[in-house]
Design a protein around this ligand. Structure first.
Ligand code: G3I
Length: 365
């Protein structure tokens, strides 16, 4: 009896030590999955940032460097320097690159939003931008968030520069402007995967229903769309706890339409005390939220990428966005030490896909 206890203890210790012998990217590649993160070019020169990034991820996406407000300081200029830094780092470390984002109704440069352009002028500006940017990154960016966050919480089209303020001449035709943008993107780079990317439409709700209906319509009419990005910014532990089943159902119905799903901006916020620190029990709950989401993706063969919105709590949009009340949302702490969430993700990736959920497409090639 006593010897059996010792054997169990040794076994448990041995299993515990197994965790994380390989990196996330190694486990993900075994599972036929891309594991990525949003990156900030200025941090690529920070040794710990760069080494953690290269070791753990096989995909990157510029957090901001490929957006209008960075690429286009003025109407006559394309500034690809920051985006190129991301692409060069990815090439040096055998990583794939997602592009983000060609069309968004927010955070556009003042010269564009206050330029008093007519719909015809905006349509030309948009076509020129998409074509120039996609041709610049052709063969280097394998998938693009073509349109980002076009719907409101009820699934209706948001009022926005590119839709109806004043739009590109299709403001009375519903999703026609989105369709037009996807067609322009496909013409610019017919090899890139084209995604519609959205927040808060990850589970089963009115917004995800509207996304499903739009994608089904597009697929029926041959509009060139290849995937849906589910951002999955999870603002609280309560919001994330128990959400995986709904997310899995939504992934399943989208992939049944013949498109891929990428989880594109995953982060799970925890509450912070007056010193900006989380409770350890909340970090444990956070790990289980991450676990459920990774499992939901792995159990759906059409879910081919999981990407977090940053990877170290040292660099996350949430801190400033939440005025310090919540954060610590990522897999590594501010000192690049793996958190319980990292271990949970690693364990699910290591467990791999269920036998009937091998990916239809190999996202690694
Ligand atoms: O770098 C400048 C700095 O020089 C300046 O002093 C400072 C004050 O204005 O601004 C700094 O730029 C900020 C940039 O983040 C870098 O921190 C911009 O103002 C700020 O707008 C920008 O916010 C980004 C936001 O998108 C808007 O583009 C966040 O980093 C980024 O995480 C966030 O990401 C979005 C996704 O693209 C779409 N889904 C939601 C997600 C979170 O909002």
């Amino acid at each position: 009896m006593f010897i059996d206890c010792w054997k169990s203890a040794i076994l448990i210790a041995a299993l515990a030590s197994v965790c994380c012998a390989q990196s996330l990217r190694q486990e993900a590649e075994n599972a036929g999955l891309l594991v990525g993160t949003a990156v900030r070019p200025p941090q690529l020169s920070e040794a710990a940032y760069a080494s953690t990034l290269a070791r753990e991820f096989n995909m990157v996406e510029a957090e901001d460097a490929m957006k209008w407000w960075v690429l286009r300081p003025d109407r006559a200029t394309y500034d690809f320097r920051q985006g190129d830094e991301v692409v060069h780092f990815a090439k040096a470390h055998q990583m794939k690159v997602r592009g983000h984002c060609l069309v968004w109704g927010r955070y556009n440069p003042d010269w564009l939003t206050h330029g008093h352009f007519t719909p015809r002028q905006l349509s030309r500006l948009l076509r020129e931008h998409i074509t120039r940017v996609m041709k610049h990154y052709r063969g280097q960016v394998f998938a693009w968030d073509v349109v980002n966050e076009a719907l409101d919480e009820n699934g209706n089209l948001r009022d926005a520069l590119w839709y109806n303020q004043p739009g590109i001449g299709l403001s009375t035709e519903g999703t026609a402007y989105i369709e037009q943008v996807f067609r322009v993107a496909h013409k610019a780079d017919s090899h890139a995967l084209l995604f519609y990317n959205e927040a808060e439409g990850e589970g089963m709700n009115r917004k995800s229903d509207a996304i499903y209906v739009m994608v089904r319509d597009f697929k029926r009419r041959g509009v060139p769309i290849d995937g849906v990005g589910l951002q999955l910014h999870i603002p609280t532990l309560d919001a994330g706890t128990g959400a995986a089943a709904d997310i899995s159902s939504n992934i399943a119905r989208l992939t049944a339409l013949g498109v891929q799903v990428h989880i594109t901006e995953l982060d799970v916020s925890v509450p912070l005390d007056s010193n900006g620190m989380p409770k350890s029990e909340d970090l444990t709950r956070q790990a289980e939220v991450y676990r459920g989401i990774v499992r939901a993706c792995l159990n759906n063969p059409g879910c081919t990428a999981i990407q977090t919105w940053g990877f170290s709590d040292k660099y996350s949009w949430i801190g400033s966005h939440s005025h310090g009340t919540r954060g610590h949302a990522l897999l590594f702490d501010r000192a690049y030490q793996a958190k319980p969430a990292y271990r949970a993700v690693w364990e699910e990736l290591s467990a791999g896909r269920t036998s009937d959920s091998k990916p239809h497409v190999n996202p690694l090639h």
